[in-house]
Design a protein around this ligand. Sequence first.
Ligand code: MN3
Length: 201
Amino acid sequence: MAFELPSLPYASDALEPHIDSKTMEIHHGKHHAGYTTKLNGAISGTDLEGQSIEAILASAGSAGAGVRNNGGGFYNHCLFWEVMAPNAGGNPSGDLASAIDASFGSFEAFKDAFSNAAATQFGSGWAWLIVVDGKLQVTSTPNQDNPLMDIAEVKGQPILGLDVWEHAYYLNYQNRRPDYINAFFNVVNWDKVAELYAAAI
Ligand code: MN3
């Protein structure tokens, strides 16, 4: 069973003006599609073929660069599309909001920590909100690594991820990564993040 590129859960222009249609089309239809095809090629005929993406990521350190980069790229973008939505943004509620307050002090403090992780990730990578032993933590990873990988410095279950590769924002924001990070908070699907949080604890 090969991995398949999931459809975007909304139209490519649904996140405008925060994330533009052209960026979404290329990001999903070219970049994510490419990671998916290359992941299938990298695991074909190996012990990893037929395993879950989580199991594959857990052996990323020994599986070689093709599996590490494309397995991460496949998983990370699947999560990324899901944690965004049109008419979203605002503040989380319920248990997730309480957990954010407990771990960071306030939602604003969380936003600062997450934005800082995204802004200071040197070069290409991702910022994450993860669950570690039932608590929330912000971290970042280079390239297409993620906190599910055995080689991650900080490990945990991702419930929110932000792609800070230039391909994620350059058409609309050029070098203004902080503007893209601010805009991202207008499209965060907190209902989905809350669902992932509930599943993780
Ligand atoms: Mn990307």
